[in-house]
Write a protein that binds this ligand. Structure first.
Ligand SMILES: C[S@@+](CC[C@H](N)C(=O)[O-])C[C@H]1O[C@@H](n2cnc3c(N)ncnc32)[C@H](O)[C@@H]1O
Length: 354
C-alpha cells in the first residue's frame, strides 16, 4: 500500500499548487490542528514507538471507538504524522515521533494539545470579534480572563505550563550558548513557570543561585520538577504577583515570553516591579520575538494576533521594546537575534537598570 511517508502532506504549505487548492488547504487548517492535538492526547506516538500497530490494537489501548480511531489514523497519515505501511498497520513518521513523550530535545506533545484545550480553542474561534473590537475574546468566551481561567482549571494550567516548558526546553540551551551567563551570581526568572529555562541558565552560570518567581499555584507545581533536576538547594521558589513586587537582589533578571502577554501599560507595571527590586547597573534579559519593523512575513505576526485574541498583549518591534524599557528606567544595550532557521524566533534583549 502506498504511504504518504515521503510525499508532501495534503495540507502542508506548498508553493506549486494552484491558489484555490492552497486556499482550501488553509481553510482546513483547523482540522489539522485538531488531528495533531487528538493524536497527541491519545498518546499514539508513545504507543507506536515500539513498532507498527493496527487500528484495533490502538483502539483497545486507548479506549477509542474503532471506526472513529481508524478515521483519525488515516487523517493522520494524510497530514504526515503517521504512515500506513500495510493495510491497517500504522507507523510513526519522523514528524509524528516529535509527539512521543521522550522525543529529544523535548516532546511537542503538550504543545500540540495546548491549542485544542478549551481555554485556547474557544477564544480563538472568535477571532473576528477580536479584530473588530481590538480586544481579547477570553472574558466573553470563558467568562473570565486567561490567568483566572487557569487558576480555576488546574489541569489546563498544568498542561499549558508543560507546553511552555517543552517549547522553552527546545530553545533554552541555545539561549545559554548565545549569551555569557558565567558572570552572574543571582538569577531571578520572573514568570519562570516550571523552571525549565532557569535550570538551563544555571547550568551555564556555575557561580549563580536562582530564584523562580511565578503565580503561587504555578510555584506549588514547580517544586517537584526543581527537586527532580537536583536544584532544590540552588533555587529559591517564590510565589507572588509581578504587578505588585518581584524578589530583590538579582544581578540578572529574566523575563521570557511574559511581556508579550500584556499591553504596554501592564508590561510597564511588570518592568517597574523589576526595576524596584533590582540594583542600579543590574542586567535585565528579555527573551522574546522582535517583530520586523518593515513589512515582511514572519511567524511573529501570528503570535501577535494570538496575543490580541487571548490576552490583549502584543509582539513588539525593536523600537517599541526600546521605548518600553526606557519608560521603565532601563537602557537597551543589545539585541541578539535568533539563530538562522530557528523556528521559535526568540531574540535576547539585554538591558541595564539605570
Ligand atoms: C507565557 S508564560 C511564560 C513562561 C516561561 N517564562 C516560559 O517562557 O516558558 C507566562 C507566565 O507568566 C506567569 N504569570 C501570569 N500572571 C502572573 C502574575 N500576575 N504574577 C506572576 N506570574 C504571572 C504565568 O503563570 C506563566 O508562567
Amino acid at each position: 500500500m502506498s504511504s504518504t511517508y515521503d510525499s508532501p502532506s495534503a495540507t502542508a504549505p506548498a508553493v506549486d499548487v494552484p491558489p484555490a487548492v492552497r486556499l482550501m488547504q488553509m481553510v482546513q487548517g483547523y482540522q489539522v490542528t485538531q488531528v495533531v492535538g487528538t493524536v497527541a492526547r491519545l498518546g499514539l506516538a508513545d504507543l507506536l514507538a515500539a513498532g507498527t500497530r493496527s487500528s484495533a490494537e490502538l483502539a483497545e489501548a486507548t479506549g477509542a471507538d474503532s471506526d472513529g480511531l481508524l478515521r483519525l489514523l488515516r487523517a493522520a497519515t494524510t497530514v504526515g504524522l503517521l504512515a500506513e505501511v500495510e493495510s491497517d498497520r500504522f507507523a510513526l513518521t519522523p514528524v509524528g515521533a516529535c509527539l512521543a513523550s521522550d522525543a529529544q530535545p523535548a516532546s511537542l506533545r503538550d504543545f500540540a494539545v495546548m491549542p485544542t484545550a478549551p481555554g485556547h480553542w474557544l477564544p480563538y474561534g472568535r477571532l473576528l470579534e477580536a479584530v473588530m473590537k481590538g480586544r481579547p475574546t477570553t472574558s466573553t468566551t470563558l467568562g473570565m480572563e486567561q490567568w483566572d481561567y487557569y487558576q480555576e482549571h488546574p489541569e489546563d494550567d498544568a498542561a499549558f505550563a508543560r507546553a511552555m516548558g517543552d517549547l522553552t526546553a527546545r530553545g533554552a540551551r541555545e539561549v545559554a550558548a548565545r549569551y555569557d551567563l558565567s558572570r552572574f551570581t543571582r538569577i531571578v526568572d520572573i514568570g519562570g513557570s516550571q523552571g525549565v529555562l532557569l535550570a538551563a541558565l544555571l547550568a551555564a552560570a556555575p557561580r549563580a543561585t536562582g530564584v523562580l518567581f511565578d503565580r503561587p499555584e504555578v510555584i506549588a507545581e514547580a517544586r517537584r520538577g526543581i527537586s527532580a533536576r537536583g536544584l532544590a538547594q540552588r533555587v529559591e521558589l517564590v510565589g507572588g504577583d509581578f504587578f505588585t513586587e518581584v524578589p530583590p537582589g538579582g544581578d540578572l533578571y529574566v523575563l521570557k515570553s511574559v511581556l508579550h502577554n500584556w499591553d504596554d501599560e501592564q508590561a510597564l507595571q511588570i518592568l517597574t516591579s523589576a526595576h524596584r527590586a533590582a540594583e542600579p547597573g543590574s542586567t535585565l534579559l528579555v527573551i522574546e520575538g522582535v517583530l520586523p519593523s518593515e513589512p515582511e512575513p514572519s511567524p511573529l505576526h501570528l503570535i501577535n494576533l494570538l496575543m490580541l485574541v487571548q490576552l490583549g498583549g502584543c509582539t513588539r518591534t525593536r523600537e517599541q521594546w526600546q521605548a518600553l524599557l526606557e519608560a521603565a528606567g532601563y537602557r537597551l544595550d543589545q539585541v541578539i537575534p535568533p539563530l538562522p532557521g530557528e523556528y521559535l524566533h526568540w531574540s535576547l534583549l539585554e538591558a541595564h537598570r539605570r
